[in-house]
Design a protein around this ligand. Structure first.
Ligand code: IMP
Length: 429
């Protein structure tokens, strides 16, 4: 069997959680391969809204195994709270959650470092979610990190204290008074105590060699979906660096984040919104700082599910979408939230960037880091509700025209169209 992949083609928040949930019945195992609690995957089930940060979006299906892969980094306190929130809804993660022993731990001091680095950058700050993502991946690469497998060892506290001391020494170089800091609205010492309690409770969960588990499952013919977090334009190599996250969010990240060979990759579902959003700082060529941008934000409820921050909104960026399709080897396109623009008289898409007076239809180093002007093509809005539509054949003609233009531009058909948060508001080709 091959492992299918589902990931975001923009700056995150494309609505991946909903599509994973819709596709889960087709799979036996759902596995997260990168990122950490900077993610917020929102699922709406029976009118009830639920946000997952670390746990894969298949957790609501009791008969599906959900794996937190080696490429993920996890904060035990946040993970433990996610588990409690699921239990309150009758879900029993103990039955179907597995955690890689190789996944790295986010320490309380990783979060302090994140805050110290961001505040020292002033106006140039990344706009991080402040969950400790950058500092934790830095320690992983620098070979100082602590992994889930370590929580079972007798020298866990020694390892913890050595890394914590290292962090405190770094923090001494910053204008950063630790005694005045809070993490998740708690004094640092209280957070640390709860963090250790969470570590203790997580020992009851199945910690596994996830690369063996996944490869054995493939050999046994099990169907696996790898669930991405963030989006391709936040990838540490190909995103709008340095305004990116610290992991490989693209298909390549599946190989290193789950331990599977490239030849094992099957379908790649690429999820994008019918417009664009981004949270945090960094270039966003099609951003709309006007009432249309505000309308997208309000209609689309574009507020961060992890931080509550208002998302920046703008028109669909086709050079960026084509770039993401190329990097990921997308086989199946999924378009989300066209319904957000149901009332719009005009809908625009960016077809190229103007830089130094020249038009460039491709995303390059310069167009992603420089001061570019988008070149737009305008479409008439469909100005009708998409409620109750169940197949592509009955879509409003103007929406079909918009879809066809996107498909021609990226050279791929759109296979799934989502027109609302519920599972039933999903149209399959
Ligand atoms: P970090 O990964 O928390 O360090 O954040 C780095 C950048 O990625 C910031 O601009 C964040 O707003 C953005 N980011 C991180 N995770 C997500 C996500 O899940 N959705 C959207 N943006 C994200």
């Amino acid at each position: 069997m091959k492992i299918d992949v589902l990931l975001g083609l923009q700056w995150g928040d494309e609505g991946k959680g909903k599509i994973v949930d819709v596709l889960t019945p087709r799979y036996d195992i759902i596995a997260r391969f990168q990122g950490g609690p900077n993610a917020g995957h929102t699922l709406e089930i029976g009118g009830d809204r639920h946000v997952l940060h670390t746990i894969p979006s298949g957790i609501f299906h009791a008969d599906k195994i959900n794996v937190i892969g080696n490429g993920v980094i996890a904060d035990p306190f946040i993970l433990h709270n996610e588990i409690l929130a699921l239990k309150a809804k009758g879900v029993q993660p103990k039955i179907n959650l597995r955690i890689s022993k190789r996944a790295h731990l986010i320490l309380p001091t990783h979060r302090l470092l994140d805050a110290a680095y961001e505040s020292a950058m002033g106006k140039g700050k990344i706009g991080s979610t402040l969950k400790g993502i950058g500092p934790c991946y830095t320690d992983k690469t620098a070979r100082f990190g602590i992994r889930f497998g370590d929580i079972l060892s007798s020298d866990f506290n020694k390892k913890y204290n050595a890394l914590k001391d290292r962090h405190l020494r770094i923090l001494e170089n910053y204008d950063f008074d630790i005694s005045k800091q809070e993490i998740d609205k708690m004094p640092v010492a209280e957070y640390e105590k709860k963090w250790f309690e969470a570590v203790e409770s997580l020992k009851e969960y199945e910690l596994i060699d996830s690369e063996l588990f996944i490869n054995h499952a493939l050999a046994e013919g099990k169907r696996i979906l790898a669930e991405g977090a963030q989006g391709s334009l936040l990838d540490v190599d190909f995103g709008s660096y340095p305004y990116v996250t610290s992991s490989n969010t693209i298909t390549a990240g599946v190989c290193s984040g789950l331990g599977v060979p490239p030849t094992a990759i099957g379908k790649v579902y690429g999820v994008f919104k019918a417009y664009c959003t981004r949270v945090g700082s960094g270039p966003f060529p099609t951003e709309l700082n006007d009432e249309t941008g505000e309308l997208l934000r309000q209609n689309g409820n574009e507020f961060g599910s992890t931080t509550g921050r208002p998302r920046r909104c703008g028109w669909l960026d086709l050079p960026a979408l084509s770039y993401a399709v190329m990097l990921n080897g997308v086989t199946d396109l999924v378009m989300m939230k066209a319904d957000v623009m149901n009332d719009f008289e005009k809908v625009k898409v960016c077809t190229a960037y103007k830089i130094d007076g020249m038009e460039n239809p491709e995303l390059t180093f310069e167009t992603l880091s420089g001061d570019v002007k988008p070149v737009y093509r305008s479409f008439e809005g469909w100005q009708t509700s998409l409620k109750g539509l169940t197949n592509f054949g009955v879509l409003p003609a103007k929406l079909s025209e918009y879809i066809r233009f996107i498909e021609r531009s990226v050279n791929l058909p759109i296979d799934i169209l989502s027109a609302g948060p519920g599972r039933e508001q999903t149209i399959m080709r």
